[in-house]
Design a protein around this ligand. Structure first.
Ligand code: ZN
Length: 678
């Protein structure tokens, strides 16, 4: 599972966390801004002190991370690659004037679809609307060499143009990548490329039947059904097309495997070697039982260099079954990891004292391995926008029996923090100077600890009733699961035990987090929603749900109070202890819903508190925000690793930090594009 995708609005504290990083003041974090997005760079401190073997491992894994890029694009929408290849051909080859306003708008559109790995907004999943007209698009296509355009055999330019114009400009064609409105057929109304020729009912029936058939054959039914395949109807028959060598996406997967095979030669430990071997075997066979074996091996491996590479998260599928391809290459930050080790070591304490019903607590919390990592490369769904923490594997039974790995991406949060210095956001929305000061003093620590608690303990806590699976909550699963982990973190942040463990100097840290969490859930996260739209994204629904549920319960006694000042809305917390109690109360409710797979209750909670937006407050927040001129979303440019060859052997791996976003995107399209346009 991914932890909150950080965005500038939650990082408003001054930096200065690490001295060594402060020395490199000249390092430019923010490189450019367009539409609602900004582009940042992240540093990889400590890379130079790794051994040559570890550097080689990072190099090979980074190559593997880049080779899957096209898979993510194709999964997001069937025509994404066709559109990208068309636009890039125009970008390179258009013979007309490239200095006009229209061409600049074309460039912005291309930058946006690079940013989103496709034509749908990465966060809202709405189709992006180009700022230029279909007429201008025609001019661009006609001004580009025909042989450079990804046209079908026998297709005329006219037909090609009609097809592309429809795909790009027609707002009724695939208006959303992900539709979670339960009153509609989720499969038919979502643009994501996980199903073809089948409706929601058929998908549900297919997998119910498959499980029944497996039960009869006494086959392993713990596997994550449907995780690595597209479900299609062909000649009237519904079947899975698996993403594997020799299957769908074979051309890209073959490349990934070849780099993984190189990584195998420099693996750091026997456990890591086993896990890479299992992953290769899984990519070759597509066998989901092998995928589980890989995950078990991966959990057991505690090497310094680590990575994620595969079909991992199911947020992109309205049925929460099919996983989007992603990769993160990283190595452990040994010093910072001491913080999370304290949490892991004491995991049982947290579980035993959690405010949920005893029957839904884990009797024995196993192997909650937590660490702070330094990211070295991002790929697939994690590039260019990235989570700030990951907790894997996702299969509940593996988490229960073997534990999970939880990571906080420190160099990424650091970059966010640096980029948000002095942007005025906190000053605009915080109620008092006291709040602002507290946030500046403790905000970064509070944010990091909340992430740690959410990842190390939150997701791994609790247990399901026998026979209940994670899929029971269907389209509400992600929001409920994130709320569960958030509430666990919020509840414990204010526990005196945190001081006892030496994690925080005093409970003011928790107050800083409570202020910003409630402010965000009730108000400031609305800056990411367009007027008239509902909240769709799982993490945003989670935050809205928690904040609104609590606000409704405590409005009368003013534990949390809405205050107007100079015509502006603020939320002030009057009783932090009472608020903590409420976090615990809601955690208990949400754990019960999860444990029992209570779909109806999940639906009511999410729909009543997590989806709708108060139009008046929304308008006000957007107006206040627009004055600050901050782009709410951040994406990252990857560092580049280069081999230093001396007498035919690799003598070293050098790291460099390019600052040209478009250049990197075009470089990837040229060198790491292995799938056809259609
Ligand atoms: Zn999470």
């Amino acid at each position: 599972m991914i932890m909150a995708i950080a965005f500038s609005v939650s990082y408003c504290t001054p930096g200065g966390k690490k001295k060594e990083k402060n020395n490199e003041k000249e390092f430019k974090v923010l490189t450019e801004q367009f539409a609602d997005s900004k582009i940042l760079r992240y540093q990889v401190p400590g890379f130079d002190s790794l051994s040559l073997r570890q550097k080689k491992l990072i190099y090979y894994l980074s190559q593997a991370a880049l080779c899957g890029r096209d898979i993510t694009w194709d999964q997001n929408y069937k025509f994404n690659l066709l559109i990208r290849k068309t636009l890039e051909a125009i970008y390179h080859g258009y013979s007309g004037d490239k200095k006009t306003e229209d061409f600049k708008k074309f460039e912005v559109y291309l930058k946006r679809i690079w940013f989103c790995n496709g034509i749908h907004h990465h966060y809202s999943t709405d189709k992006l609307i180009p700022g230029f007209s279909p007429v201008y698009f025609k001019t661009l296509v006609q001004g580009t060499k025909k042989e450079d355009l990804p046209m079908k055999n026998g297709q005329s330019l006219e037909q090609f143009l009609t097809e592309l114009t429809r795909l790009i400009f027609d707002t009724s064609v695939a208006p959303k990548r992900l539709n979670l409105d339960p009153s509609q057929d989720l499969v038919l109304t979502s643009g994501a490329n996980f199903y073809e020729g089948v409706n929601q009912q058929e998908v549900e029936k297919y997998y119910t039947d498959l499980k029944k058939a497996d039960a009869k054959l006494k086959k392993d039914q713990k596997v994550s059904y449907g995780l690595n395949s597209k479900l299609i109807r062909e000649n009237g028959k519904i079947s899975e097309q698996t993403w594997k060598v020799g299957g769908l996406y074979s051309q890209a997967i073959v490349q990934i495997v070849s780099w993984l095979e190189k990584a195998l030669t420099v693996a750091e430990s026997p456990e890591q070697k086993t896990s890479i071997e299992k992953l290769i075997s899984y990519y070759k066979t597509g066998d989901l039982a092998t995928w589980d074996e890989y995950n078990i091996a991966w959990v057991k491996d505690d090497s310094r260099v680590d990575f994620v590479n595969g079909f991992i998260e199911v947020y992109g599928d309205p049925m929460a079954m099919k996983a989007t391809w992603e990769s993160v290459v990283n190595f452990k930050d040994i010093e910072a990891t001491k913080r999370t080790q304290i949490l892991s070591t004491n995991a049982q304490y947290f579980e035993d004292h959690s405010p949920v019903a005893p029957k839904y607590r884990k009797k024995k919390v196993k192997g909650v391995s937590a660490k702070v990592i330094t990211v070295a490369q991002l790929g697939g769904d994690c590039y260019p926008t990235t989570p700030i923490g990951i907790n894997l594997p996702n299969a509940n039974w593996i988490r229960k029996e073997y534990g999970s790995k939880s990571v906080t991406m420190d160099n990424i949060t650091y970059a966010y923090n640096q980029a948000s210095l002095g942007n005025g956001f906190l000053e605009e929305f915080a109620y008092s100077q006291e709040e602002i000061d507290r946030e500046k003093k403790y905000g970064h620590l509070a944010g990091n600890l909340t992430t740690d608690l959410h990842e190390c303990l939150g997701h791994g806590s609790g247990q399901l009733k026998p026979g209940i699976t994670g899929e029971a909550l269907k389209n509400y699963h992600s929001a409920i699961e994130e709320a569960r982990a958030d509430l666990f973190a919020l509840y414990y942040l204010d526990d005196p035990v945190m001081i006892q463990y030496g994690l925080i100097p005093d409970l003011e840290v928790a107050k800083a987090e409570y202020d910003s969490y409630m402010r965000n859930g009730l108000m400031t996260q609305l800056v990411r929603i367009q007027p008239g739209k509902n909240i769709e994204q799982a993490h945003m629904r989670d935050r809205a749900l928690i904040a609104h549920w609590i606000y409704e319960k405590v409005r009368k006694d003013k534990t949390v109070e809405k205050v107007m000042k100079n015509g502006k809305t603020y939320f002030r917390i009057n009783d932090y202890d009472k608020l903590r109690e409420k976090f615990g109360e809601l955690l208990n409710i949400i754990q019960r819903i999860t444990s029992e797979g209570d779909y109806q209750a999940a639906k009511e909670l999410v729909e009543n508190y997590g989806v709708r937006v108060d139009p008046e407050l929304h308008k006000e927040v957007l107006a206040r925000y627009s004055k600050l001129n901050i782009a709410p979303y951040s994406g990252f440019i990857n560092p580049v690793f280069t081999q230093v060859i001396k007498t035919d052997t690799i003598a070293d791996i050098m790291i460099s930090y390019p600052d040209d976003y478009s250049g990197q995107m075009l470089f990837y399209s040229k060198n790491y594009s292995f799938l056809p346009a259609r």
